[in-house]
Write a protein that binds this ligand. Structure first.
Ligand code: MOS
Length: 758
């Protein structure tokens, strides 16, 4: 169990003060400001990684192994080398010697999804592993030549079936160094003696990443310096990790990534960036490597398969006696992400006993990885379906059952909640959605269609990783640039952080530039874990305080601010002023002019994320689905969806709504269509294209309403919680529960396709 250290809860803020940006003067926080990068993207003027021009550029294509395990016995690259336009074919025989990519979470800035040598020997570890890189003068020439590479393999027995792997035994999962295993009391005994219970197995398939922008790099060496234009959610981590691979200094690698067309956990460091850099070194020319859609399935990991048991025991009044959530996930021997499906269950409900456990099995497959709400997306499907099943067993409304089991403090850790208003979110959502009109299962019919409603709880943890420093440059013309190595993947980061920085500096939006997406900037903020804005916020809080300190020094005694300390001033109206006395104020321009300065530059690091040790911190939501199931064809359609969220203060009501909606749409894919077809005989992914791997299209998505409490959390920067991942959580269960309400059929295996309802 986590040790609770007695610390001031808000030590990330000077003086232990909460930071809900309560002294907002410009009305920017929360405003529905459109994305500042929107016009550039709509006009095609935003330059993505695969669009950066370079002198003498060559284009890369990959050839992939067709067996899951063994050795390359013979590799014939002759035809490829002789093909038109080919500059170089790189294989394990001529690739430069490189160290392994540091695997995620094994070091502060480790960014690798996989822990294997890349093209250093003849070993094959998964079906689809790159075996050759072809460089040519055009992309078409490279693609054609790559198709001419042939290989013979000395095949070795591989484990590619989940059932076979499980039969060989399981190993306890570890997530960020912590075992994914918790017990409180004797849950099996409590379950056995509970008067009401459910006990079922829920299964979810593999999922592959499909951001619209394909993974791509354009890069060049200049001596020992590597310049990379990448699509990434970790610029600083990638620079450091690539420096380890090539045995150079971190400062010799510069990664920029100003625009990213979706990441969802996939835009980290995989084989393709390393191979492109290695091939560029070998060829002595700049290289562009854009994975094909199939290439993304071969080289970039996805969400792994899970098999989860959820058993709930309850007393007559519905109070939980036992919460059991255990099961097994597939992993590869070369990564460290066991899909942590119990994370949401840890904080969801009060119960007398708990038994939570994620076990892993090893398969010879591409390393699985983070995908939007890793753990919670599929874990909430199992848990929240089980709660619905128990409500049926008890004859109780499922919202009422959830409210009866609402915990007063963290049920496992015992820590208080920093801010939890999920009951309010349920009440508001139920009212708005018309929950009271829900009929008994299988009784509402409209023509050929059975119609039903379901709900489920959404939840995702609040994280804040130490983000390092932010820099603020303030110039005499009253403009500021805030710089930090962070990311815009389409979430609205650039816009929201400009808003927040402008508010904090007391400047209008137009006077603030937020610089990000460049590893040469200060800080190292990962766009992941729905924590980037909190991490940036903490660093900018520290830097703004540093700026105010510096300005008070420069102002000296010949100013209305004379004698005020940094704790007694606030930023407002383009300057600093006394918090209590509106008359004591001086503009930045005036302070700088009198001091004879053109600008002032400060840099400061955000405080350590101690708030999560003191409080139980999560984003919350109540999800409502209305489903229609066709009695003739089994076709399943979602006709209405509503998400009612409690995620602290909403910083931009437009971009946050889009994050919630986008998450819900991805959740509809998870519920109804996404499924990687993994051939269990060969370990090969058989549907590596959007033609055969289905994600929701416009016709699949109904109008989605999103509402929120907008109650600031007093213990986080800006009072905000993350909004990036929570939207996908709970959706699978809300849909499955609505399908049950429509049809009386309980589907415990995702995706809910028509064959399962016929
Ligand atoms: Mo997310 S799966 O933390 O990019």
């Amino acid at each position: 169990m986590k040790k609770v250290v007695e610390l001031a809860p808000d030590t990330w803020l000077p003086g232990g003060k909460p930071d809900p940006l309560g002294r907002s003067k410009h009305g920017l926080v929360g405003a529905p400001i459109s994305r500042i990068d929107g016009p550039l993207k709509v006009k095609g003027q935003a330059r993505f990684a695969a669009e950066v021009p370079m002198e003498g550029l060559v284009y890369a294509a990959l050839a992939y192994s067709t067996v899951p395990k063994g050795r390359i016995a013979a590799l014939d690259t002759g035809a490829a080398e002789a093909a038109a336009g080919v500059v170089l074919v790189m294989t394990h025989l001529n690739a430069p010697r490189m160290k392994q990519v540091p695997l995620f979470m094994t070091a502060e800035k480790a960014a690798g999804g996989i822990d294997l040598p890349i093209m250093q020997d003849e070993r094959i570890h998964w079906n689809g592993q790159p075996i050759a890189v072809v460089l040519a003068e055009t992309q078409e020439q490279a693609d054609h030549a790559a198709s001419l590479v042939t290989a013979a393999y000395a095949v070795e027995p591989a484990t590619t079936s989940f059932a076979t792997a499980k039969a060989k035994g399981t190993t306890p999962g570890l997530f960020m160094g912590q075992p994914l295993k918790t017990a409180v009391g004797d849950a099996e005994a409590a379950l056995a003696s509970a008067p009401h219970k459910v006990d079922a197995v829920y299964t979810t398939p593999r999922h592959n990443h499909n951001p619209i922008e394909l993974h791509a790099v354009t890069l060049a060496w200049s001596g020992d310096e590597l310049r990379i234009h990448d699509a990434t959610q970790a610029v600083a981590h990638e620079a450091w990790s690539l420096a380890q691979v090539f045995g150079i200094d971190e400062g010799q690698v510069r990664v920029t990534s100003p625009y990213v067309g979706g990441g969802f956990g996939s835009k980290t460091l995989w084989d393709h960036q390393v191979l492109a850099a290695a091939a560029a070194k070998l060829a002595g020319r700049p290289v562009r490597l854009m994975l094909s859609r199939e290439g993304v399935y071969r080289v970039v990991g996805g969400r792994t398969v899970t098999e989860q048991r959820v058993a709930l025991g309850a007393k007559e009044d519905g109070a939980f006696e036992a919460v059991i959530h255990t099961g097994t996930v597939a992993m590869s021997p070369h990564n460290n992400l066991p899909e942590p499906f119990i994370l949401a269950t840890k904080g969801a409900y009060a119960s007398r006993t708990f038994k939570l456990d994620v076990e892993t099995t090893a398969l010879d497959m591409l390393a699985n990885t983070f995908m939007r709400a890793p753990g919670e997306a599929v874990g909430t499907f199992a848990l929240e379906c089980a709660v619905d099943e128990l409500a049926v067993e008890l004859g109780m409304d499922p919202i009422e059952l959830r409210i009866r089991n609402e915990p007063e403090k963290d049920p496992i850790e015992g820590t208080p909640f920093s801010s939890r208003h999920i009951v309010e979110a349920y009440r508001a959502g139920a009212e708005r959605f018309g929950w009271a009109k829900r009929a008994a299962p299988g009784t509402r019919r409209e023509g050929e269609w059975l119609v039903g409603m379901g709900c489920a709880t959404a939840t995702y943890p609040y994280y804040r990783m130490p983000g390092g420093a932010a820099r603020i440059v303030l110039t005499r013309d009253g403009r500021a640039t805030v710089s930090i190595a962070a990311h815009e993947m389409g979430m609205g980061t650039a816009t929201v952080n400009t808003q927040v920085a402008a508010e904090r500096l007391g400047l209008p939006m137009e006077a603030v530039t937020f610089a990000y997406g460049d590893s040469s900037l200060p800080g190292a903020v990962l766009a992941g874990g729905s924590q980037q804005t909190a991490a940036i916020g903490a660093s900018v809080i520290a830097a703004q305080r540093e700026l105010a300190t510096e300005l008070l020094k420069l102002a000296g005694n010949d100013t209305p601010l004379a004698g005020l300390s940094v704790d007694e001033v606030e930023a407002r109206d383009g300057g600093l002023g006394s918090i209590v006395d509106p008359g004591r104020f001086e503009t930045y321009a005036s302070i700088l002019a009198r001091a004879g300065r053109e600008d002032v530059t400060v840099e400061a690091e955000g405080a350590q994320p101690l708030e999560t040790m003191h409080w139980s911190m999560h984003s919350y939501g109540a999800m409502f689905a209305e489903m229609r199931v066709n009695t003739v064809t089994g076709e399943v359609r979602v006709s209405r969806f509503l998400g009612s969220f409690d995620c602290g203060r909403i910083l931009n009501s437009k971009t946050a709504a889009s994050q919630f909606r986008g998450g819900i749409i991805m959740g509809l894919g998870l519920a109804l269509m996404e499924e990687t077809q993994f051939d269990e005989r060969s370990g090969r992914i058989m549907n590596p294209s959007l033609a055969e791997y289905h994600v929701p299209v416009h016709m699949d998505v109904p109008p989605i309403e999103v509402i929120w409490t907008d109650i600031p959390d007093p213990h986080t920067p800006m009072g905000a919680h993350g909004v990036g991942e929570i939207g996908i959580t709970g959706v699978g269960a809300a849909v499955a529960n609505a399908v049950f309400n429509a049809t009386g059929k309980r589907i415990r295996d995702l995706p809910i396709t028509l064959d399962k309802l016929m």
